[in-house]
Structure formats: C-alpha cells, structure tokens
Design a binder for this molecule. Structure first.
Ligand SMILES: Nc1nc2c(ncn2[C@@H]2O[C@H](COP(=O)(O)OP(=O)(O)OP(=O)(O)O)[C@@H](O)[C@H]2O)c(=O)[nH]1
Ligand SMILES: [Mg+2]
Length: 440
C-alpha cells in the first residue's frame, strides 16, 4: 500500500500547489487518480465510475461561502474514495449472544489460521474470554500451528489431530468452550482444496452443522481485484457476515482487493497488515482514506464542510420560516448587479415611484463593497447576523479591505431591510387574502 500512499500524497500536494483549479488541472488530477488506482489493480469500471463522479461533482456542486474550489476537490476525492471502499458506516462487531461463534473460511493460504489467532488476540484485548478451535484436520501441522498461536495469545484452545471429521471436531470444541464459559469462539477451517467448488460445498456442510453466528471470509489481499469474484462465489454458497482482507502490508494490489470486495456489498471488518499477531486492524474506510491521502488536516476540512452543509439546511429552514438573512440580502445585491448598470435600472422604474433614500445614494461601488463585506463573513455570520460583534466586525473589515464603519453601515442597512421585509410580508399576507378572491 506504500506506493499507493505515495501516489496519492503527490496528487494532494499537486492540488495544493496549482494556482487555480480549472478544467485542465481537474482533468490532470483525474488522470493521476486513474493511474494510481490502476497500479493498485482497481478494476476499470470502478475507476471510470470514480472519475466520472469526481468530474461531475466538481462541476455541479455549489461551493459554500468560505471554501475554495481546491478544498471542494479534496473533499470530493476523499468522499469518492471512501465510497468505493465501502462507505462511511464501518463494520461493527455485535456480540449478541454467548458464546458468539465465528467461523473463518477461505482458500488455501489466504491467512485463516494466522487471522484466527490475530482476531482472538484483538478480542481478548477488548476484554472477551476467547477460544480457538482447530477444525482443520487436513493440513499436517495445522493443529500445532493454531495450538501454538493460542498459547502465545493466551486463549482457550480445542483440537484433536486424531479425529478425521472436521465437523465432529468443531462440535466437540463448541461443547468444551460452552463448559469453560467462553464468550467468543473462533473456528479455523481448512482451505485444502485448490478446487473452489469442493471447498464451497464443505463450507456449506460445516455451516449447517455448526450454525455459527458469523461466517468470516478471509481473502488474500495480494490477489487484487480477483478478490471480488472470489467473495461473490463464497457469498452465494453461504451468506458471508464479514470479510477480512489479509497481507495488505506491502501488497501493491491491496486497493484492488478492497474496492472489489466493497463493491459486492459485503462489509470488510478487518485488514491484516503483517505476520505478527497484533497486525490486525478494524477497517474504517474514512480513516483508511485519510491515511492514504496523508493529510492530518483533511478531517478538519471535512468537518468544516459538514458544518457548512448543516448551515445550508438551517438556511432552508430560515427561508421556510420567512426569516430574512444577510444571505438573502447578498443574493438580492448580486442579482441586482447582474441586471446591468444601476442608472439604467433606475430609468426603467416607473417615474412616480419613490425609492427609499438608501437606494438613491447607492452606487455600483458601494454595492460591490457590500458584497465584498458579505463575502468575508462566515456562513454562520450571514445566517445569524446577530452574532457579529466588535471583534468579528474588525476581522470582516480586514478581510474585505474595508473599514469597520462600512461593516457597521451594512449591518444597519440589513436591520432596516429586515424590518421592512417583515412589514411587507404582513402587508402581502393581508393583500393575498384579497387576491385569493380573484383566484390568484
Ligand atoms: N505479510 C503478511 N503475511 C500474512 C498475513 N496474514 C497471513 N500471512 C501469512 O500467510 C501465510 C499463510 O497463512 P495461514 O494463516 O497459514 O493461511 P491459511 O489460510 O490458514 O492456510 P491453509 O490452512 O493452508 O488454508 C503465512 O505465512 C502467514 O504468515 C498478513 O496480514 N501479512
Ligand atoms: Mg490454516
């Protein structure tokens, strides 16, 4: 995964360095992302999907005030990578009964036995009383391998190298664990068959006989996107509760395995990142992507976006309840500026119309200044102008290259408009009642 990390770190630093995010840089960035994902063995359809979505979202999504296009691009890349890795909801271990029985399945050499011990170690550290059962009576040495690991971790163990029936071993093992009041039992199975079909059939049999609470598929991360079809084959034989992808340390194709598996809809619970007993991690797409992009401040950026999105919802509520905010005022000024020169707009108005005094004094420059002031405010300030105190006024003035007096004048005008709007709303409501009569 190291090369993928380096690749994405380069993309991020490029996004931070380019002077502007225009169409050309966007195309370049998307091409860089494609190249990295291709190197990681991510399948072409997933790569095309992510490229299309990044491009589309950058074009269509509106930029909340106080954010740059650069930040939006980082956020979109982050979110799209999280999405292809399984989304924001990570796997959750739900131990709902005792003993809770987990059965590990997977093809030969995928890392079942090692992972069984790692998982036992992980759960023991969480405070559970854990037991391991060696239901692999096929591979010579399988029993000793797990027994040794169980001793190393310090958990309960059951196995019987003389018994030729794996199902019988599992049953007897469960009896033993029940007697010992073990709370989580992990059953290690054989991955003997090169032929997948035969293995799937056996797995089904074992599953029926033991009825485990969770079947965990162990997949070798070095096989890349092939992990997808393999996960699907297993899943159609027995519903897979969760997946563990192993050997992600140094696996250049790890990204391919993770995205292919996530696409099947199965939850990746853990990833194996080394041969040692403690090299198992709960898989959380969000923290995985944060690390991949190598940015500690990314989380803060995403949180700022989330906050802005929440304020967006609040704004919708404010509009629905008829509250007039600085955002509305800015919208009005902006559309006024788009209409053309002020003088011409004035000429178009009916001659007898008496304009408010403020309006007559207004010039293009003063409107632009007010827009600049409002652009220097945070979204929260625009929505709740009441919170703008002295220190905020000074900051806003500095940010917009104006004087604090200008900011104050704007706030006074806002309060006057707000009162006026209230009055107008009341009048309109009254006259609406009249208009209803005419079917308007
Ligand atoms: N680098 C690395 N090696 C791993 C990881 N997980 C397992 N291995 C290695 O992969 C090899 C096979 O692991 P096992 O746990 O024996 O695999 P298995 O699925 O039980 O194999 P069978 O019992 O033959 O089906 C061993 O050499 C492990 O040390 C991992 O996350 N990283
Ligand atoms: Mg094994």
């Amino acid at each position: 995964m190291e090369s993928l990390r380096r690749g994405f770190a380069n993309i991020v630093s490029k996004i931070r360095k380019v002077p502007i995010i225009d169409e050309k840089t966007l195309r370049e960035v998307i091409r860089d992302i494609q190249r990295e994902l291709l190197k990681a063995d991510v399948s072409v359809d997933i790569i095309l999907e992510i490229s299309k979505r990044v491009e589309q979202r950058i074009k269509e999504e509106k930029l909340p005030p106080g954010f740059s296009k650069r930040e939006l691009l980082l956020k979109v890349i982050y979110e799209e990578l999280v999405r292809i890795l399984g989304g924001e909801q990570p796997y959750e271990l739900k131990i709902h009964k005792q003993p809770y029985v987990m059965m590990l399945v997977g093809i030969q050499g995928s890392g079942k036995t090692t992972t069984a011990a790692k998982l036992a170690n992980f759960l023991k550290k969480k405070g559970y009383k854990v037991g391991l059962i060696a239901a692999d009576n096929f591979r010579p040495g399988a029993y000793d391998q797990l027994k040794q690991l169980a001793e190393q971790v310090g958990v309960y163990f059951y196995g019987d190298p003389k018994n030729s029936s794996a199902i019988d071993i599992a049953r007897k093992g469960l009896d033993y664990m029940l007697k010992e009041k073990v709370s989580i039992v992990i059953i290690d199975t054989a991955g003997r068959h090169k032929e997948e079909r035969e293995l799937l059939r056996e797995m089904k049999e074992m599953e029926k006989a033991i009825n485990p609470d969770e079947v965990i598929l162990v997949l070798d991360g070095t096989i890349g996107k092939q992990a997808g079809p393999q996960a699907e084959a297993f899943h159609s034989a027995t519903p897979i509760g969760s997946i563990i992808v192993t050997k992600l340390d140094g696996a250049a194709r790890g990204g391919g395995a993770l995205t292919a598996v996530a696409k099947t809809g199965a939850k990746i619970a853990f990833i194996g990142t080394g041969e040692n007993i403690d090299e198992l991690e709960l898989f959380d797409p969000q923290s995985f992507v944060s690390r991949l992009l190598g940015m500690g401040d990314l989380k803060a950026l995403i949180e700022r976006f989330r906050a802005a999105e929440m304020l967006d919802r609040k704004r919708a509520e404010a509009i629905a309840s008829g509250k007039f905010t600085l955002l509305d005022m800015r919208d009005q000024f902006e559309s006024l500026r788009k209409m053309g020169p002020l003088k011409r707009i004035m000429e178009l108005l009916p001659s007898g119309l008496k304009l408010p005094k403020d309006f007559e004094k207004m010039s293009e420059e003063s409107i632009d200044r007010w827009i600049a002031i409002m652009n220097s405010m945070t979204y929260e300030e625009l929505l709740n102008p009441e919170i703008i105190d002295r220190s905020r006024i000074i900051r806003i003035a500095r940010g917009s290259g104006t004087r604090p007096g200008d900011v104050k004048a704007l706030l006074i005008a806002y309060h006057r408009s707000k009162k006026l709007m209230k009055k107008l709303m009341r009048q309109r409501r009254r006259s609406m009642r009249g208009l209803e009569y005419f079917g308007v």
